[in-house]
Write a protein that binds this ligand. Structure first.
Ligand SMILES: CC(C)(COP(=O)(O)OP(=O)(O)OC[C@H]1O[C@@H](n2cnc3c(N)ncnc32)[C@H](O)[C@@H]1OP(=O)(O)O)[C@@H](O)C(=O)NCCC(=O)NCCS
Length: 343
């Protein structure tokens, strides 16, 4: 293996002359890790300018061979709220420089650089990809599988979708529910914000984590607002529907999708959830039909994709009814501190 030099630090430590090549590498990393086209380079340029969230900390690492940037790694972890013992990382090596041990060197250095309170490092890859082979060499079993499903919106008949969405609104009205459309910030004006954030927290904590060693999340009003702010600053527009219990006016379920300005044709499914007390009324499918009707109203949106835990039978069933087909699987491996010396 030829020798490498490294910079380990924060975003500001990468000399400017490497930035554009680094953005291309970030984009290629995304292509290797996810079965949907990556964002354009402006997305990464913008992302690079954005400050860290107050609850996050991170380390960036770049690998150079004779002053040529050949790979990177980064790792981030929470310093507030939950999962304080877990970090997550990504590693990338230029295609021409692979299988020379560079990826392993980057992983080893990330382990060495992590603060002592971090016990677990999680890293994801596309199932059966090169990244999966790399991670499997060092950890035989993954802890989480996410199925990525997608549908081409041209398969739907607008009139049929409108008719079903409308009949579901009527059926659920009889059961004491209504639907409210939301954009990025409407939750602040349309709902009691405490109630809204409590619903989000319940829904997030209900998402299967399979064998990952994750804690329950803690969502405060301030934290939720800053998550949405960051999401919007990354160029995302949110479209969604909230299910409301008519007698209390409380939000009890929602579905949202986001469209990034870099890919106006693509709707990425975000949260869908119904709080426990209101399950069993078909609200999940009804909510998604409201969203589908809205997506079809914009002819520039042609694809819709969603990622769900393999064990999330309810959501996968709903997405099947909505004609989604699997386009790939993401797997997440956990590396526990006691095993890091093996790498
Ligand atoms: C994953 C990645 C970082 C590995 O970088 P690398 O420099 O090739 O890794 P190494 O040379 O240290 O490989 C270590 C081991 O991983 C396994 N491995 C890596 N690439 C492999 C491949 N294409 N096929 C089979 N096994 C592979 C091998 O077991 C290898 O050990 P060996 O050469 O002794 O057999 C690189 O392929 C990459 O950048 N992929 C795109 C990004 C990505 O998918 N990242 C996901 C993980 S964060």
């Amino acid at each position: 293996m030829s020798s490498l030099d490294f910079i380990i630090g924060s975003k500001a430590d990468l000399p400017e002359k490497y930035l554009e090549q680094f953005f291309l590498m970030l984009q290629d990393n995304s292509r290797a890790r996810f079965p949907v086209a990556p964002y354009d380079l402006d997305f990464y340029r913008n992302f690079w300018q954005m400050p860290l969230q107050p609850e996050d900390d991170e380390l960036q690492l770049w690998a150079f061979e004779n002053d040529v940037l050949v790979g990177f790694g980064f790792v981030s972890w929470k310093i507030k709220y939950e999962n304080l013992h877990i970090a997550s990382a990504q590693i990338y090596v230029l295609p021409a420089k692979r299988l020379k041990g560079f990826g392993t060197s980057i992983l080893r250095l990330l382990f060495q650089a992590l603060p002592p309170h971090i016990e677990t490092l999680s890293i994801g890859a596309l199932l059966h990809s090169i990244g999966d082979s790399f991670l499997k060499k060092y950890q035989e079993k993954f802890s989480f599988v996410e199925i990525i499903n997608a549908v081409d919106l041209s398969v739907f008949d607008l009139k049929e979708v409108q008719a079903f969405a409308s009949s579901e609104r009527e059926r659920l009205k009889q059961l004491g529910y209504s639907f409210v459309e939301i954009g990025s910030y409407d939750y602040l004006a349309k709902f009691d914000v405490q109630n809204y954030v409590r619903m989000i927290e319940e829904i997030w904590n209900d998402m299967p984590v399979e064998d990952l060693s994750y804690d329950k999340v803690v969502i405060t009003v301030e934290r939720y607002k800053s998550l949405i702010d960051r999401f919007v600053q990354l160029g995302n527009k949110i479209i969604g529907f909230v299910a409301v219990e008519s007698k209390t006016n409380k939000p009890i379920g929602l579905t949202k999708a986001s469209i990034n300005k870099s890919q106006p044709y693509l709707a990425e499914q975000d949260d869908t959830g119904v709080v426990h007390a209101h399950r069993g009324n078909g609200l999940g499918l009804a909510l998604k039909y409201q969203l589908l009707e809205k997506l079809l109203a914009d002819p520039s949106i042609t694809q819709w994709f969603a990622g769900n835990a393999l064990s999330n039978d309810h959501m996968l069933r709903i997405n099947k009814l909505l004609k989604h087909k699997e386009i790939g699987r993401k797997v997440v491996y956990e590396f526990h501190r006691k095993d890091w010396h093996r790498i």
